[in-house]
Write a protein that binds this ligand. Sequence first.
Ligand code: 5GP
Ligand code: MN
Length: 338
Amino acid sequence: MMTTSFYKENFVAVCEKSNRIALIAHTNPDGDAIGSSLGLLRFLRNQYPDKMIRSFVPNYPPNSLKFIDQKRDVEIYINQIGETNAFIAAADMLIFLDFNQIHRLDSLSDAINMNMHATKVLIDHHIDPPEKFDITHHNTESSSTALLVYTLIEQVAGVEAITKEIAEPLYLGMMTDTGCFSFSHLSGQLFHAIATLIDAGVDPVAINRAVYSTQRESRVRLHSYLISENMKIIANKGAAIITLTQEEKDRFDFQTGDSEGVVNIPLGIQGIVFSAILIENKDGSIKLSLRSQDVIDVNELSNIHFNGGGHKNAAGGKLNTTMDEAVKVVEEVIQSFK
Ligand code: 5GP
Ligand code: MN
C-alpha cells in the first residue's frame, strides 16, 4: 500500500485515478460529520462530474440536521447495508471524515477493512492517535473537520470553487463544532473562512435558527427535567453529573440527538469545570459525554476510564455496566480531581 503524507498533489492525483469514491463519517453523525461530508461531496461532484462519488454515515443524524441535506445525499448505512458494502468493497478511494479509528464505525468497519486496494484518506481533528492512512489531513488545532475541508478546497481549487451549496454545510460544521463560536480553537483562520462562506451566500441566522430553533416541545421539556431533577453537583470538585435512563427517554418521546447540548449546561454555573452526562442505551450499555473547561483533559480521562476519546475539552465514551455502576465510576474519577 502506498504511504504518502498530505497534500494537494497526492490528493488530486488519487481523485483523478479513482472512479468510485466513498466518503464516510462517524456513527451518531453530528453537524460537523454531516456538514464536512456534504461540503466535500458537493465539491468533488462539481470537480469530477463523471465519477461515482457517494457519502455514507452508519446511522441517522438528528432531525435538526435534516434541513441541510433535503435530498439525503449523505446516505444512511443501516437503510441499505448490502448495497453500501458492495460500493465500499469496490471503491478506489475511501475518505474518512471527523473520526480516525475505523472501529468507531461499528458494523460498517468490516466492509472497509476488507477493501485492501482503496487509497484511504483521513480528514479529522480528533486527538486519538490516528490509524495509518495513505493521505492524512489531521490537525487537532482545527476547531472542526469542516474547516479542514475548507482548507483542502482552498488548496486544491481555490475558494472560488466554494458555491453556496458547498458553503452552507461547511458553515454548519464550523458553527456546531464550536458551539456557535464559543469554544476553544477560535482562530483568525476560522473567521476568515466564515467571511468567505458568507460571501458565497450563507445566511448564518437562517442556519442557526434551523439547527437551534426547531426543537420539539418534548425535547425542551426533557432538557429542563434533566437539569432540575437529574443534575448532581459536586461543588468542591467543580463537577456535575447528569443521568438519563431508558425509562425517562421513553417518557419524553426521545429521538436521536435529543440530549445534544445538555452536557454543556452545567458549565454555565460559576465554578463548574467538568460535566458528564450518562445516557442508557437500548442494549443497557451507558454512553457518556464529557465536557470540561481549561486544564481538565476529558480526552485523557475517557481514554483511561471510559473506553473513548475525543478532544481535550469534549469527549465521549462507553461503559458496559448498569447506570448505578457507571455513576460510581464517574464519581470516583471526580474524587481524584485535585
Ligand atoms: P459527544 O459527547 O458529543 O458524543 O462527543 C464529543 C466528542 O468526542 C466528539 O468529537 C466525538 O467525536 C468524540 N467521541 C464521542 N464518543 C466517542 C468514543 O466513544 N470514542 C472516541 N474516540 N471519541 C468519541
Ligand atoms: Mn468534529
